[in-house]
Design a protein around this ligand. Structure first.
Ligand code: ZN
Length: 202
């Protein structure tokens, strides 16, 4: 997703992209458009145009796109949308789940600092459940099985362990990452080359 200046904002789900594309602001103007790269040029489409173009793409280049099936039509999933409004968009709630916690913690055990595969990591309650520790962003961290066992049903202090950093709720969804080596996302490169990802946008 780009802002009105064509700077990359963030990666959004196809569902959210379509929600933005059909949305109108208070003056009935669209709040977002599809940006498509055709023969090296940027071409923009409003939602209705994209619906029509999708019908054509389905016929002639179906294998080049991901498809979203709606009640009546197949729509090509846009790779890029551009937000036209400067108004604030509603913030996407960051989903609290295993994958987001691991992503927030950079797939590192928060006690020994080593990096592990997703399947190897466990989730640890910093203040254990047996001591009324809640299951929240602030109390759940990634831990390797070894550190988790060593910690047992104790707090880090009681177990003589130290957290690498204070767990907090992330500002944006850390689970949405894009492999830019993926052919389908090569389109993003020109925007990412000159981007500051850390700008707070929403
Ligand atoms: Zn560890």
């Amino acid at each position: 997703m780009l802002n009105a200046h064509y700077a990359a904002l963030r990666v959004v789900t196809v569902r959210r992209a379509f929600n933005l594309l059909v949305k109108r602001d208070d003056s009935q103007n669209p709040v977002a458009e599809v940006v498509s790269i055709e023969d090296g040029r940027y071409v923009s489409y409003d939602f209705q145009d994209w619906v029509e173009l999708s019908a054509l793409k389905l016929e002639i280049e179906a294998e080049d796109h991901d498809w979203v099936r709606t009640v009546r039509v197949y729509l090509a999933a846009p790779r890029i949308i551009r937000v036209l409004t400067f108004a604030k968009l509603p913030r996407e709630e960051v989903k609290f789940n295993r994958r987001s916690v691991l992503a927030r913690d950079d797939f590192r055990c928060q006690y020994c600092g080593k990096r592990f595969q997703t399947a190897e990591l466990t989730l640890d309650h910093v203040i254990p459940r047996s001591q009324s520790g809640p299951t929240t962003w602030e109390n759940v961290v990634a831990a390797c099985p070894r550190c988790n066992v060593r910690k047992g049903g104790r707090t880090p202090t009681q177990a003589g362990l130290r957290l690498m950093r204070e767990p907090v709720k992330p500002h944006r969804n850390p689970t949405v990452t894009v492999r830019l080596s993926d052919r389908r996302y090569a389109l993003w490169r020109p925007f990412l080359d000159r981007v500051t990802w850390d700008v707070e946008h929403s």
